[in-house]
Every structure is written in C-alpha cells, then in structure tokens.
Design a protein around this ligand. Sequence first.
Ligand SMILES: [Zn+2]
Length: 267
Amino acid sequence: MSVEEILKLARPGSIAARTSQASGAGKSKPAKPRKAKGKKGVVLFSGGLDSVGLAILAKRQGYDLTPVFMSHRANVGNVTKKELTAARELAKRATGNTMVVFKPKAKRLADWYGPAVQYTTRLPVPAKRKNWRNRIFLDVLKDAGLADGIVLVGVFGGGERAAQAGRASDVSKKGLSAYLKKIGGKGTVLTAEDFGTRDKEAVLRAVGNRKRTRELLTATESCLMYFAKPCGNCWSCVDRAEAFQAAGWEDKTGYRPKSTAGRLAKG
Ligand SMILES: [Zn+2]
C-alpha cells in the first residue's frame, strides 16, 4: 500500500472511505469482515522489543495499524539499510501491514527539529529538544494526515527515570495525548498501559513464549549505540536482557560477549 493510499484511508470523508461505505450493502460479492470502527491507525515502529511486542498485542485485539518508521538517529546520523530491512520485515509480520518510512531530507529536518539542524545531518535533534522525540514524531504524523486515528506509541509512561531526564511528557500517555490535541490531531494515543504492560518483561509475558512470537521478539534490537552488534552495556540493552531473563525466555541476542547483557544472556 502506498503512502497516498494510506493517507486517503486516514482521512474521514475521503474518496476511499466513501467508496467503501457505499459498496458495503446489497452486493452479491461476500463482504470482507469489517474491523471494528475506530481501530485503524498507525504504530510508531522502531523494530525494537517494545514496538514489535505492542504491535503484536494490538493486532490480536483487532487493531489495524500501519507501521510508521521514523528514519532518524538522535545521536549518530542515519539508520543503515540493514536496520531498515530488519524493521520492515518485523513490521510486516507483527502488524500484517507494509511499513511506511518517513526519511527526512536535510532541508526537511530543519522543519522537524528546528533551525539548528540546517547545519548538519549528523545530529538531527538540537540539544534543547532532545527529549521531545515522540512529540516531534506526532508533529510529523499530523503533517502527513496520519494523526486522526489510533496512534500507538511504544512507551511505558513517565516514571522516575523519565522524570529525571525531563522526558515525562514525551513518554506518558497523558502528555502525548495532550500534545496531539494541542497540535490539532483528532486521533487517540495508545501506549503500553493500554495493553496492561508496564515494562519489557510484561510485554514478553503478554505476547507469550510461542514459536512465532519468540522468533519475532528475539529478532528485535533495542540498542541505543548502533554498533555492528548490540553493545550490551547501554541502558536499553541491559533493560532488554533483564526482561528476557525475568520472563524466563532464552536470550539469543548477539550482544558483545563481555558486556553486561552478554553475560546475562549466557546465564
Ligand atoms: Zn546497547
């Protein structure tokens, strides 16, 4: 499905929406089973454990979500083709839908992240907005006409760590919902709490350790360092490794072997 087609579907009253309503009744063709109303939208999809796990849970509950990948790195520049390919495959398997990629051009980055990025494509987020990542993503969705349905953001809510980092409103359902409303999005923000999960361990337990889901979740990477292998020492790697251990899943992630997560994964 092309972005244009998705945009049509996302806008109520569009040609696509009217056509599907008009063709619903009185035809000899058997109608496709309709998804429950209000369950269409997007999931911000990074290909990490949180977005993949929550996308699986959402699909089970009947949500029909288009995975949206924001091609950026706050710290080291552009994502690699390998990361994109991996995310694309996980996105398709987790949601059943084709991933849409928003890849900022240097000029476009300035619109997203503020004037500071006009001078570099290596560091797209100026320091003063570094903690605004999810709010910036909502801006992008709004601009693209994708902010009027469900918007699933794979975050677990404020908490002490987020508050200390000044990220509380960037990762809380309340903060993100308020921001979406402020910028004129008519959609509904869903976060991890809507699926009864408070952390990565809970996501693993909710998804369930079965062959297919195990394959999908162990194929994720959540490292913040973007080395050839997951570093095993960053906050996200360690958090992820601890979750696998706590949930009793074997962790086959190829961490650097002498790292904290590498040692944890070995048991
Ligand atoms: Zn790492």
